[in-house]
Design a binder for this molecule. Structure first.
Ligand code: GLU
Length: 439
């Protein structure tokens, strides 16, 4: 058996198949696994004990290798744009533990760079770990941490920042960063993956490389998410930070714009990008980010309305600083006593009224798409009379939650009530466009 080095193009023969690709550095804890980057961009881990032979092949000129050469030819090594990658954990920074079969162990930032060598051809990359966690454990303090680290990188003069993040709460974090980074003048792109980076089916390569390509080749400034556009690996979408949501538990194209369209499409296959939104903030490397952070002591909740609700569910939030009611459709909640079965509903309304006296209570719709219109039915009119705010907003419940917490962290109560329905970071659209549903 020859002894190829990382970076060599090889052919790996096992009893079942022959695989061609670029040999990658095996991570420290997985020395018994050979990792191959396939021409599709996927990484594949093969147990050493299954391998019969590894042979060295001449380097091919694949489509995207050629594209990368063109890109680098235009920009000499020292002229490459500077991108900082801040890792926070999630599946993108994880790998399958071959002993247990679970996705647990984590890559180091260096290992992630080794796995996606194309990144180094697109940009001068600085990569570091700021946290190593699942995104379901994120708290307001983590939003502050990410915002401060982005500001630090921006002050160094980088052309853009990529944050790798677990996908489950990535849309909360993107909204949080959009609010916390006032006057952000560079692109800050959050990227995740639905399959760990060492698996043949990983979507990490396309998402990460598309984000780097977007930063390196566009004049966009702002916070956005970059994830797969569809089930194939041909393109990614750049999605607006405050109008995006994880809409599927596991599909690689789980992130969809909500009441909005995508900002841009990165054609991964042909290394091309197209803006889908004509108006966007332009990059200004002289600009200075103003940090407006979260008060990490605040208690803000989200309560989803449902049939058969009890007043005690609302009352449970009495000690909180703010509440989002994820109501029905245009902004309704079960507050009408209509017959002998609905006596509790009168108590629900009193409980909501009591909360509104203590804290801002904002409505958001569990319909997800569309706009609140709380003047149509008497129910939502009564809720407004009780003090519930948010009428006419088309924010997702998640963005409403993040915005409410951020407003409470930075403004007086009266201002909070006024600002909830004022568009500050693209979170509320003026008009509902017909092409912003299920796209
Ligand atoms: N639940 C984990 C997280 O959100 C893994 C899911 C993922 O990264 O896609 O961090």
């Amino acid at each position: 058996m020859t002894n190829p080095k990382p970076g060599d193009f090889v052919e790996v023969a096992t009893a079942e198949e022959t695989i061609r690709g670029t040999l990658l550095q095996s991570p420290e804890l997985e020395k018994d696994v050979v990792i191959i980057k396939l021409p599709s961009g996927y990484n594949l881990g093969i147990s050493k004990n299954k391998i019969k032979k590894i042979s060295l092949l001449p380097q091919p000129q694949s489509l995207h290798e050629k594209a990368a050469v063109v890109t680098t030819a235009k920009k000499t090594a020292s002229k490459l744009p500077k991108i900082s990658i801040l890792h926070t954990g999630g599946t993108i920074a994880s790998k399958v533990d071959y002993r247990t079969g679970g996705v647990i162990a984590r890559f180091t930032p260096e290992e992630i760079l080794e796995m996606f060598p194309e990144l180094k051809e697109l940009a001068d990359i600085d990569s570091r770990l700021i946290r190593n966690m699942w995104s379901e454990d994120m708290r307001f303090a983590h939003y502050n941490l990410m915002a401060k680290e982005v500001a630090k990188e921006a002050a160094k003069g980088v052309d853009g920042v990529i944050i790798t993040h677990g996908t489950d709460t990535m849309h909360y974090s993107s909204a949080a960063l959009a609010f916390a980074l006032e006057r952000v003048s560079i692109p800050v792109i959050l990227v995740g993956s639905q399959r760990s980076s060492d698996r043949g089916s990983t979507d990490a390569a396309v998402n990460l490389i598309s984000a780097a390509y977007f930063i390196a080749n566009s004049d966009f400034a702002g916070v956005a998410i970059c994830m797969h556009e569809n089930m194939s690996d041909t393109s990614s979408l750049i999605l607006p930070a405050t109008k995006v949501r994880k809409m599927h538990t596991s599909r690689r194209d789980a992130f969809r714009p909500v009441n909005s369209t995508a900002i841009a499409r990165v054609d991964f296959e042909n290394k091309n990008l197209a803006f889908l939104t004509p108006a966007y903030t332009k990059k200004d490397k002289q600009g200075k980010i103003k940090l407006k952070l979260f008060n990490d002591k605040l208690k803000v909740g989200i309560l989803k309305t449902h049939p058969n609700m009890y007043a005690s569910e609302f009352a449970a939030y009495a000690g909180f600083d703010g509440l989002v009611i994820e109501g029905f459709a245009l902004g309704q909640a079960p507050i009408n006593q209509v017959d002998e079965f609905t006596a509790e509903h009168k108590k629900n309304l009193s409980a909501i009224e009591a909360l509104c006296k203590k804290m801002p209570v904002a409505m958001a719709s569990q319909s997800i798409y569309g706009r609140l219109q709380m003047n149509v039915y008497s129910t939502a009119r009564d809720l407004q009379a009780a003090g519930v705010i948010g009428n006419l907003s088309d924010m997702t419940p998640e963005t409403t939650f993040v915005k409410l917490a951020w407003l409470l962290s930075n403004y007086k109560k009266d201002e909070v009530k006024e600002l909830v329905t004022r568009n500050l970071r693209g979170e509320i659209t003026e008009r509902t466009e017909p092409n912003s549903f299920l796209v």
